[in-house]
Design a protein around this ligand. Structure first.
Ligand code: HEC
Length: 140
């Protein structure tokens, strides 16, 4: 009887862990300090094409606004992996995973997504879903 109860508790705990593993870009997945670092790296490596205010140009896509519906429905790793492998366009893959994570943090901040206490990591982007709109609060 006791063993069965413990087993049930373990199963419940495991279920909760899985449910919590996937978070959303709305959950405060980067820190302000990280976004500040990302801003510096963005200005050095990206702004000459995408613009100082991330608005892009006629030929270069903006990294604010339209990027939300464009990446919606995938994981944050889709954006991270694209930047890591395809950008900067004239020097693809030149930046380190940590720098790219900082830049993604800056892009999230520029799209008015909330910051939090933890830093975004390259590996962590997989478990974060890119929701175009804030998901409805889950019942506690
Ligand atoms: C030399 C110019 C140039 C530089 C520098 C550059 N990009 Fe780009 N970027 C482009 C162009 C052009 C595209 C469109 C590519 C395409 O459609 O195939 C693009 C596309 C993108 C996209 C996809 C956006 C979308 O909506 O499709 C992202 C994200 C992006 N760049 C991020 C960055 C980041 C972050 C940096 C800095 C690390 C950077 N880019 C540096 C020119 C540049």
């Amino acid at each position: 009887m006791r063993t069965k109860m413990i087993a049930t508790v373990l199963i419940l705990a495991a279920g909760m862990a899985t449910a919590q593993a996937r978070s959303s870009i709305w959950d405060g997945v980067y820190s302000d300090a990280q976004a500040d670092r990302g801003r510096t790296s963005y200005m050095q490596n990206c702004s000459r094409c995408h613009g100082a205010s991330l608005m892009g140009t006629y030929e270069i896509p903006p990294l604010v606004g339209r990027i939300m519906p464009y990446y919606a429905g995938s994981g944050l790793d889709a954006l991270f992996d694209y930047i890591s492998t395809a950008m900067p366009l004239d020097h693809p893959g030149a930046l380190s995973p940590a720098t790219n994570a900082d830049i993604v943090a800056y892009i999230l901040k520029s799209n008015d997504l909330p910051s939090g206490s933890k830093e975004l990591t390259a590996a962590g982007t997989k478990a974060i879903s890119f929701d175009a709109a804030k998901p409805r609060a889950k019942k506690k």
